[in-house]
Design a protein around this ligand. Structure first.
Ligand SMILES: [Zn+2]
Ligand SMILES: [Zn+2]
Length: 298
């Protein structure tokens, strides 16, 4: 009797653990597999075609790995509720006829419209993160490395990640292009975020490739490396778009010389030396000015 009760308790415990731990565990395993695949692609590419010499296990790689998992998990957890609220409100405020018409657009047109609107939203979210001092505190974490490689893509404060993604996705949800849990409609923002993330690893990669006229069409390492430039006031605060350089051309922030590459990366200000201080400091009233040098990845 006692044994059967114990077995029953154990079974209940196991089923509880399975129900509550399976999804996060699967997500974690998925991220590890992605990391292995990304490393298998980018590490050899950066060794063979590197723009600058860079060690694989360079200083700060541990911090960037923590950022990789944090940046992959935090936005999804933080954005699902606000985006659902935006979609719910928009569906009540906008005329039903308008949303019905959008729903009947051809899929290719909905994807193209979503891509363009999302890019404009991401562009302005990113630009505001540079121009508004309070937002810059969070975004400075991403600009602190004095060298770039593919892993710097996910080196970002969760507040920065969530804010920029919200700017890119809210217009889609307002217009009914990304209503959550509605079949293909919810697939479009997922595809856009996935494409932006995959391209994000590439445009941060330490590779010296140039792509000629194609660089005007789609973001490349040279395009985004200029965004991380610390070469002087003429070239900083350029190239904000995540995928389409034409958005920077439209708003007057494109800087993409045909042959020249940026000479230095990073920022002049200091940020916290540990990941904990980097996550906490932006919330504090004043940045400590006595911290050691910013870059851990040098
Ligand atoms: Zn930036
Ligand atoms: Zn970047």
């Amino acid at each position: 009797m006692c044994l059967s009760r114990l077995a029953c308790v154990l079974m209940n415990l196991l089923s509880y653990l399975y129900a509550h731990m399976a999804a996060p565990l699967i997500q974690l395993i998925r991220l590890v597999i992605w990391l292995v695949l990304l490393s298998a692609v980018f590490v050899p590419l950066e060794r063979l075609f590197g723009l600058r010499p860079r060690e694989i296990f360079r200083k700060g790689v541990g911090t960037d790995l923590v950022y990789y998992f944090l940046s992959s998990l935090a936005p999804g957890l933080c954005m699902s509720l606000p985006l659902a609220a935006v979609a719910w409100s928009a569906h009540r405020l906008l005329p039903a006829g308008f949303l019905g018409a959008v729903a009947h657009w051809p899929l290719s047109f909905r994807i193209a419209t979503s891509l363009l609107l999302g890019e404009i939203g991401f562009y302005w979210g990113h630009r505001w993160s540079h121009e508004i001092p309070w937002l810059w505190r969070f975004h400075a974490v991403h600009h602190s490395p004095e060298h770039l490689d593919f892993l710097v893509n996910t080196r970002a404060h969760p507040v920065d990640m969530v804010f920029t993604r919200m700017c890119g996705l809210v217009p889609l949800y307002v217009l009914g292009l990304g209503a959550p849990a509605r079949g293909s409609a919810s697939l479009i923002p997922v595809l856009i975020v996935l494409a932006g993330t995959v391209l994000g690893f590439f445009i941060h990669a330490n590779v010296r490739w140039r792509f000629g006229a194609l660089e005007q069409v789609i973001a490349t390492p040279a395009f985004h490396h200029w965004h991380h430039s610390n070469d002087g006031p003429d070239v900083i605060n350029k190239n904000y778009a995540p995928m389409l350089p034409v958005i920077d051309r439209l708003f007057g922030t494109l800087h993409l010389p045909a042959r020249e590459q940026t000479r230095t990366y990073g920022i002049d200000q200091t940020i916290g030396p540990t990941i904990v201080s980097q996550l906490v400091d932006p919330f504090l009233p004043e940045r400590r000015s006595t911290e050691p040098a910013a870059d851990e990845t040098a």
